[in-house]
Design a protein around this ligand. Structure first.
Ligand SMILES: Nc1ncnc2c1ncn2[C@@H]1O[C@H](COP(=O)(O)OP(=O)(O)O)[C@@H](O)[C@H]1O
Ligand SMILES: [Mg+2]
Length: 315
């Protein structure tokens, strides 16, 4: 991953009447990274991508993509980007093969190179069997895979994917994630919008959390998790006598942000738990408990979202 800037937005905003779909976003996206926009429905993710793709015009602010201003140089911006839409933009009387051929030729990809790319993508996304079937007879997940396939065939320098695996089965999701990473590895800069926490965790080099048209926080996945003070969740199973007095001792000794216990089980949340877990275990052994298992669960990006917004993404 380089650190050269591929996209920078300046106070980018879009209002629909008095709905502030996007309310002044300043972000930079680096050359060759997978940058994810994570947020609940209505956060402004699609609006952000549509502005960068020059489908919508900003109400305020602008963005520069590889030196091109989305307001002034929109035609040239469109030449270097590819956009996989949230709602598949397909010609429903056509089929997958024709759709991909047409899409490729629009971007000057022809002949054996075009055929090679299409064959590869149809095969990878398990679309071969249905490649000549009318699109209007396909399922939502199949249509979605064709929408994604267009950009995987195009291989643009800047690729946008809006909820690339919505409605796709788990197997298909993994394949799409692999192919999006391959696109990045071959040099494209990739921007993904998603409301799926796991998708953002799997894909992101960096992630920006959006909520209600605003940027909440941006950074690497690990970095964002480390920044929240709630810490990792340590779960310990044991046999032996666990008393209220012992729990009070643990509280004063380790200052957990959260502690629950049941018979033979305690769960504690401690900032920096990875470094402290051995000490906690030793402490319990010294007080006569026999430890059966210990696990540490990292916070998820949903915990990060919760910390900043006081809500869960899925709410
Ligand atoms: N064409 C439109 N007219 C009016 N409001 C819109 C329009 N498109 C989006 N919105 C509103 O803008 C906000 C952001 O929408 P969107 O960008 O689609 O969010 P997301 O992709 O994160 O779900 C939502 O409140 C949505 O209802
Ligand atoms: Mg959306």
């Amino acid at each position: 991953m380089g650190s050269v800037e591929a996209i920078r937005t300046y106070d980018l905003a879009k209002y629909y009447g008095n709905v502030k779909a996007l309310d002044g976003i300043d972000l930079d996206i680096r050359e060759g990274e997978i940058f994810t926009i994570l947020g609940p429905n209505g956060a402004g993710k699609t609006t952000f991508l549509l502005l960068l793709a020059t489908v919508l015009k900003p109400t305020r602010g602008t963005a520069v993509i590889k030196g091109l201003d989305i307001r002034r140089d929109s035609a040239r911006v469109r030449e270097i980007i590819g956009m996989s839409f949230q709602e598949p933009q397909l010609y429903w009387r056509s089929n997958a093969l024709e759709t991909l051929k047409f899409h490729a030729s629009m971007y000057g990809i022809r002949g054996s190179e075009r055929d090679r790319r299409i064959r590869y993508v149809l095969n990878r996304l398990q679309l071969e069997r249905i490649s000549r079937r009318r699109l209007l007879n396909l399922s939502g997940g199949q249509a979605k895979r064709i929408e994604v396939a267009k950009i995987l065939v195009q291989r643009p320098p800047i690729a946008f994917f809006d909820e690339p695996t919505a409605m796709v089965d788990l197997d298909g999701k993994h394949i799409i994630w692999e192919e999006i990473k391959r696109l990045r590895d071959e040099g494209s800069t990739v921007l993904v919008a998603t409301n799926e926490i796991y998708e953002a965790e799997v894909l992101s080099d960096r992630v920006a959390i959006f909520d209600r048209g605003k940027l909440v926080v941006v950074g690497g996945v690990g970095e964002l998790k480390e920044k929240i003070p709630s810490g990792e969740l340590v779960e310990i199973r044991f046999s032996g006598t666990y008393s209220n007095a012992l729990e009070e001792e643990i509280r004063s000794q380790f200052r957990p942000t959260h502690i629950v216990s049941d018979k033979g089980y305690i769960a504690i949340r401690i900032p920096g738990a990875k470094k402290k877990v051995a000490e906690v275990v030793r402490y319990l052994i010294d007080r006569g408990l026999s430890i059966e298992s210990v696990s540490i669960r990292e916070p998820t990006l949903d915990d990060v979202f919760l910390y900043y917004t006081k809500r869960r993404i899925s709410e």
